[in-house]
Design a protein around this ligand. Structure first.
Ligand code: 0O2
Length: 245
């Protein structure tokens, strides 16, 4: 657990940020602000460690698969730590308490990792391999592939608790893992840009087009997978499923 001083200082830091937003003059070099920044970095460091842990697990799966099956279900991996500003906005939006315990418990996507896979079946295969690891606890599972969002967004979201071994304790840290195909990722990044370009008020014709493209992407992903399986079946003389160990 963090010491109370750490919680209090972060609270000050968050309040300071709000003051900045409403225009109050803040001395960025003041001891208080400098101290708060240090405390915030200390709070966020566990998320960096948790991301390193998850990313290593994913990398091992990728390399092992590549070596044994001469095929990788993972195309690329991106990770990010939510910015203090974005954490602050979410806390405010959701009306959570401005305390470390509340942020730690409620903001579960401070550490985020995005895995782009070649095919839809790879998404479930990689997710399955991760959630079977005994020290990873799945706390939330959202399948936007089975059930896309109304705008067409597709992705598999897992929120997990990852143990992080610190010098004097083990901490369970929330990590959000998003898994999607390369095509879904392409769609999501364009939609994200459009969403912000129009300040969240996207014109209806663009919404409709994005939805159409999402449907096309689903069709394309399924078609590509069928072609890939047919090619594998030919190569392996079997079902098209990669061979076991
Ligand atoms: P960023 O910058 O990627 O972190 P919550 O996470 O609690 O705020 P919700 O709806 O409960 O919101 O979570 P959900 O559905 O798991 O979505 C969280 C994240 O998924 C988002 O994080 C996006 O990264 C991604 N996402 C969800 N819906 C969409 C969508 O319609 N379009 C795109 N492009 N991405 C989406 P953030 O915090 O919004 O952004």
């Amino acid at each position: 657990m963090d010491r109370p001083a750490e919680s209090a200082t972060l609270t000050t830091r968050l309040d300071t940020d709000i003051d900045t937003h409403i225009g109050t003059h803040i001395d960025a070099d003041s001891d208080e602000v400098q101290n708060s920044k240090k405390m915030l970095s200390r709070f966020l460091i566990r998320y960096t460690f948790a991301l390193q842990e998850v990313s290593t697990r994913i990398d091992i799966l990728k390399q092992e698969f590549q070596t044994i099956h001469e095929y990788s279900p993972i195309e690329h991996v991106k990770q990010r730590i939510k910015t203090p500003e974005s954490i602050m906005q979410k806390v405010k939006r959701r009306g959570y308490d401005w305390t470390i315990p509340s942020i730690r418990e409620n903001i579960r996507d401070i550490a985020g990792i995005r895995v782009s896979c070649s095919f839809i079946s790879d998404i479930y295969r990689v997710a399955g391999m991760l959630v079977q690891q005994p020290d990873i606890t799945v706390v939330e599972f959202k399948d936007y592939i089975e059930q896309p969002k109304p705008n067409g967004y597709q992705s598999l979201h897992l929120t997990v608790l990852m143990p992080v071994y610190l010098s004097d304790r083990v901490e369970s840290v929330y990590v959000e893992i998003q898994l999607r195909t390369v095509a879904m990722d392409f769609w999501a990044s364009l939609e994200h840009k459009i969403y912000y370009k129009y300040n969240k008020e996207v014109p209806q014709h663009l919404r409709d087009e994005l939805h159409e493209v999402a449907v096309d992407i689903d069709r394309l992903d399924k078609k590509m997978e069928r072609i890939h399986k047919e090619m594998l079946a030919e190569k392996l003389g079997g079902s098209g499923e990669p061979r076991g160990l």
